[in-house]
Ligand binder design. Structure first.
Ligand SMILES: O=P(O)(O)OC[C@H]1O[C@](O)(CO)[C@@H](O)[C@@H]1O
Length: 325
């Protein structure tokens, strides 16, 4: 990881450490940037007694959570740093006295200027993927955990961060032919559902709403594996495609149950099982947490292949950033 990224993370962590009675961690962003925060919230929720919630920025702004105040830590994220809802949520949080930390690819953006503790991340043109948003956020979360409740586990987690570039690349390679197969076989589908739970729900949600709906104009919905049996399973049929993620965290059973049922009624399932990920050198008790960000990277490969086979670049939008909304 680049030195400036680590310094920004350490500065933000120190500011959190100074707060003695943190009442709530709020993760606030929009779309893909919000989905990015779900695995981070999952880690905090599993490891720490302080409540953590993910908000879409405009709901945060309009609802203004009652507990938001001087004891709160608000972590916001925006790739371009210009999404008005996210900038406003950060401004509001600061006004309420909360500690604000913001991740952005865009130094000097409105978000960067609004927040107290900005953290930069690189994106696809940076070869070392430990500088990308997912790993920067994981690093921040484990550093915060270690600052507020020191534990050798979190120190080990911080050391795992350096190994993630190799792990991402090994898994991109491992899944590259499967991704191409997916692109070729699914290019004419009008609808593709995703299903996951636990730390993998965020990547599944991001794939559904951003990569399929926004960037490919393919109908989709991210179904929570636990919720599948409470409505969505009624649409299961031989011609209804699903991408099912089986995680290796505490909710794996939910994914296995959904997969077992689904596969009885359709063969149109693309299964991505995190147990097959190449996670060498990651400590056993931390694999589940890191696998969720590998899922996102693997899914991105599937989206690239789909876009390629459809001749529909991921950059094309009809409305986003083009029309008034
Ligand atoms: O991360 P930013 O710059 O706030 O952008 C948010 C927008 O980008 C996406 O995450 C992906 O294009 C959208 O879902 C969302 O509207």
């Amino acid at each position: 990881m680049k030195r400036e990224h680590m310094e920004q993370i350490n500065t933000a962590t120190k500011a959190v450490q100074v707060k003695k009675n943190i009442n709530h961690f709020y993760f606030v962003a929009c779309g893909g940037s919000m989905a990015l925060m779900m695995p981070a919230r999952y880690i905090l929720d599993c490891e720490c007694e302080i409540p953590a919630t993910v908000y879409t920025a405009n709901e945060f702004v309009h609802r203004i959570p009652k507990a938001l105040g001087t004891d709160s830590v608000v972590i916001t994220c925006s790739m371009r740093g210009k999404t008005p809802e996210t900038v406003e949520a950060t401004r509001l949080a600061k006004e309420k006295g909360a500690l604000t930390i913001s991740l952005s690819h865009n130094i000097g953006s409105p978000l960067w200027e609004t927040t107290e503790y900005p953290i930069h991340y690189d994106w696809l043109d940076e070869p070392d993927m430990t500088n990308h948003n997912h790993t920067i956020l994981h690093c921040l979360i484990f550093k915060i955990l270690n600052a507020i409740q020191p534990n050798e586990k979190y120190e080990r987690a911080c050391r795992c961060i350096d190994k993630m570039d190799g792990i991402f690349k090994a898994n991109i390679e491992k899944y590259s032919s499967k991704a191409i197969e997916f692109g070729a076989n699914y290019k004419r589908e009008k609808v593709i559902y995703t299903m996951a739970s636990g730390g993998n729900y965020g990547p599944a949600y991001s794939f559904a709403i951003c990569l399929l709906m926004e960037m490919q104009w393919i109908n989709s919905n991210a179904i929570h594996s636990g919720e599948y049996f409470h409505g969505p399973f009624e649409i299961t049929d031989a011609d209804v495609p699903f991408i099912i993620i089986k995680g290796i965290d505490k909710s794996r059973y939910l994914d296995e149950r959904a997969y077992s049922f689904c596969k009885k009624y359709t063969n149109k399932i693309v299964l991505i099982d995190a147990a097959d990920f190449d996670m060498k050198d990651i400590d056993e008790d931390l694999k589940g947490y890191f696998a969720s960000i590998v899922t996102g990277v693997v899914l991105r490969g599937y989206a690239d292949a789909l876009a390629d086979h459809r001749g529909h670049p991921l950059t094309v939008r009809r409305y986003m950033w083009r029309m008034e909304y």
